[in-house]
Design a protein around this ligand. Sequence first.
Ligand SMILES: [Zn+2]
Length: 120
Amino acid sequence: MKHGLVIDNPWRCEVCGSLAVQEQIWVDTNTCEAYSQAYNRDENYCCNCNENTYPIRESELLQNLDEWWHGLDFRQMERITGYRQDDFDPEDGYQDFVDVCDNWWESLSIEEKTLLWSQK
Ligand SMILES: [Zn+2]
């Protein structure tokens, strides 16, 4: 089971969303049992950022990303998605435009979402 290990709600870098996060731990010299000791930023590391960053749960990161997305105005959504508000029916406050943009957002991977969010 070396390959395809799927972790439920894994830790991800809070900055770039990468799964390649590491933490320093202490190992019991006798039993080789590992004890997590990473409480500080210094003791956490992201291999993608090459920096000390905090890891957060994937669910938390997704929540942050969705909050950011739903706080954008139409101009920002146009710039990011490439869709034009004027191309859509103005009915219900351009709901069609919003739906298309939301579907576009949902089709992105968490890494793609994080990249857009980090460029804000
Ligand atoms: Zn990172």
